[in-house]
Write a protein that binds this ligand. Structure first.
Ligand SMILES: [Zn+2]
Length: 108
């Protein structure tokens, strides 16, 4: 997936359109990402012996196609491109400013 844990993203559609958040979990098999504090739904929970019932708020994952990465270098919404380094390892680059997105590689 083009989006990874720890990425800053902006939501492109749906009820949280335009809002920004940080990816806290990736679900590659479902092509979804979980974003901290976004796409929150209320869920009714039945009372159980060890906890009271009520309404809890849960974050639901969003489809990757509905979010766009915010480049850590230029702070703009951007598309992700790929390049290969000397060892043929793929890394992500910002298509707007051409800078490397993946932190672990840009440190070297
Ligand atoms: Zn950029």
């Amino acid at each position: 997936m083009k989006i990874k844990k720890g990425d800053k993203i902006q939501v492109l559609s749906g009820k949280d359109k335009g809002r920004k958040g940080e990816v806290i979990r990736c679900l590659p098999k479902k092509l979804k990402v979980l974003i901290k504090g976004l796409n929150i739904y209320k869920k009714h929970v039945k009372a159980q012996s060890n906890q009271p019932g009520g309404i809890i708020e849960i974050e639901k994952p969003l489809y990757v196609s509905k979010v766009q990465l915010i480049c850590p270098n230029c702070q703009k919404k951007t598309k992700v491109g790929y390049q290969l380094d000397k060892t043929n390892k793929k890394f992500r680059v910002c298509k707007k400013c051409k800078n490397i997105i993946d932190k672990e590689i840009s440190k070297k």
